[in-house]
Design a protein around this ligand. Structure first.
Ligand code: UDP
Length: 251
């Protein structure tokens, strides 16, 4: 595997890879794990909100920086890298990476476990993933609203299913924290945090009308529909942008 090249965005290290390169790394991680090599590889998808959170939370920054692959999930991260003088290749949306990884899983006969979102949603996502990818083995799924008391049994269930890939959609930073703590015990070769991707896969998160898509304003439509999320994201973005500018122009 070629050496990792990472770009420092306000203390968070992001890999300089495109979508194909990122998917290829995941493939190598899975193959290595299946061949008896290292397992428990962590893949994260930092966006401006996650980087902003990590700036104020050294523990979160450390675990993101210890991940085996971190892709720039958001144009804001790519723009920041350019302003800071160390440009990333481009954006690698977590959802696109997940779709690409499912294609590899299909071709390679990987065992996949889905963890997160609501019971009916994860069941529907599992049904669709299995139907669209006959070569992939969907070895289990579990919703993301379990209690700490449920965790030991859950880990045992995941372990018994022997997944190559554990897809965690618990929202950020919960999924990164959960994977850092429990991924080794699950025995999965790779764990990836994918936020709301299972909702989209299951057809639960509605896409914006065509006019919003044409004007590249899909994000605005989504924010307007989810005020709780909007407050979170609109709060973090200006602080992130400001911090990038300060870092760039600081004498
Ligand atoms: N979620 C979950 N368990 C929790 C909290 C959230 O499974 O305890 C799920 C939630 O249902 C949603 C996903 O995490 O499907 C991501 O939520 P959100 O869009 O808020 O996160 P983001 O993608 O912005 O990180």
């Amino acid at each position: 595997m070629s050496a990792r090249e990472r770009v420092d965005i306000l203390g968070v290290l992001v890999d300089r890879v495109d979508l194909a390169g990122a998917a290829d790394r995941v493939r190598r991680f899975v193959e290595e794990g299946r061949a008896g090599g290292r397992r428990g590889r962590l893949v994260v998808t930092p966006n401006p909100e996650m980087i902003e959170a990590a700036r104020h939370d050294a523990g979160l920054a450390r675990l993101v920086n210890q991940a085996d692959l971190a892709v720039a999930d958001g144009t804001g991260v790519v723009m920041a890298s350019r302003l800071l003088g160390d440009p990333l290749t481009g954006r690698v949306a977590g959802f696109d990476l997940l779709l690409e990884v499912f294609r590899l899983a299909d071709a390679g006969g990987w065992r996949v476990f889905l963890l997160g979102t609501y019971p009916e949603t994860v069941a529907e996502a599992a049904r669709r993933v299995a139907a669209d990818h006959p070569g992939l083995e969907l070895v289990g799924f579990q919703d993301g609203y379990f209690t700490p008391d449920d965790v030991p049994a859950l880990i045992e269930r995941i372990r018994a299913a022997r997944p190559d890939l554990l897809v965690a959609a618990l929202g950020s930073p919960k999924q990164e924290r959960w994977l850092t703590e429990h991924l080794p015990a699950t025995g999965a070769a790779v764990g990836i945090g994918v936020g709301g991707s299972l909702d989209v896969l299951a057809g639960r998160a509605r896409r914006a009308p065509a006019v919003f898509q044409r004007l590249h304003l899909e994000w605005l439509y989504r924010l307007a529909r989810e005020p709780r999320r909007a407050r979170r994201i609109l709060g973090a973005l200006p602080r992130f942008a400001w911090a990038v500018l300060v870092r760039r122009f600081r004498p």
